[in-house]
Design a protein around this ligand. Sequence first.
Ligand SMILES: NC(=O)C1=CN([C@@H]2O[C@H](COP(=O)(O)OP(=O)(O)OC[C@H]3O[C@@H](n4cnc5c(N)ncnc54)[C@H](O)[C@@H]3O)[C@@H](O)[C@H]2O)C=CC1
Ligand SMILES: O=C(O)[C@@H]1CCC=N1
Length: 288
Amino acid sequence: MSFHNDSSSIASQRICFYGAGSMAEAIARGILSQELVPSKQISMINRSNKERQQELHLLYGVQTAMQGKTNEQYLQEADIIFLAMKPKDAVSALRELKPLLRPSQLIISVIAGLSIVGIQKLLGSDMAIVRTMPNTSSTIGLGVTGISYSDSVTEQQRFMTEMMFDSTGIYVVIEESMQDAITSITGSGPAYIYYMMEIMMKGAQKAGFTSEQAEQLVTQTVLGAATMVQQTKEQPAALRRKVSSPNGTTQAAIETMSAHGLEGALLAGIERCAERAAEIGRSIEEDI
Ligand SMILES: NC(=O)C1=CN([C@@H]2O[C@H](COP(=O)(O)OP(=O)(O)OC[C@H]3O[C@@H](n4cnc5c(N)ncnc54)[C@H](O)[C@@H]3O)[C@@H](O)[C@H]2O)C=CC1
Ligand SMILES: O=C(O)[C@@H]1CCC=N1
């Protein structure tokens, strides 16, 4: 196995995922699939779940507390630390992290709502902080990540951050003020599509298809539609017009969905999502 190796190379970095849940796993998979860093340089730590640690070690060859070192040692020796616990666990986890840190370490948070200033209050104002909002499609290299940097992040640290998120899909560097907005589109967005798929599958079953058939039909329809937008570069509205014959079946369906308030429901949901991200951020701030 060969690893990328240039002057600003990431290949020698030790990366610790503090919080070994689904988001940490998705990003680690991307990094490993692009061979950016050897698996033995990646550690994934959680509080106590030994089965999860064993699973991650067996699946990816990453280090956990079951491979000899303590969580504290992995955090201390890491060059890059991903903060990947739930927002409710963040304040206590970051308080435990603070005494272990060195100023040269890069901190990358994926925690919804938690601001760069909030992280700096908890970890020290001199730390280099990256706030990100990835999504779970990173698991298969089709993720979207919004990235915002604190002033203290160096050029090389930016380069390494972007290499890592590039390995999980696409990324966009955004003002931190846009983080809640991107959460409402791409962070939570996969769930909106899954929700729609669940409903379409219910419809398919109601119409007489088996659950297996419903899943296959709906999945291919969604995959085909997203790929059409991507490959033809046509606007969704233009593609929709091509599906909709005048006074035909699609028009009847869309008019009915619209009359039932689908557009308003989706837009209200997106706004509420961003609002919730801000609320989560404020409630973390109150605990700091
Ligand atoms: N799941 C998603 O689609 C996305 C999640 N996020 C953010 O990612 C973060 C993690 O989310 P998930 O991976 O879904 O959660 P998860 O519940 O799957 O994983 C969280 C992990 O953190 C560990 N943990 C909690 N406190 C800890 C501590 N003090 N020390 C060590 N480990 C600790 C837990 O044991 C668990 O393994 C959240 O803050 C969420 O806002 C961001 C983008 C998308
Ligand atoms: O639901 C959540 O809070 C997280 C953040 C974005 C996606 N999942």
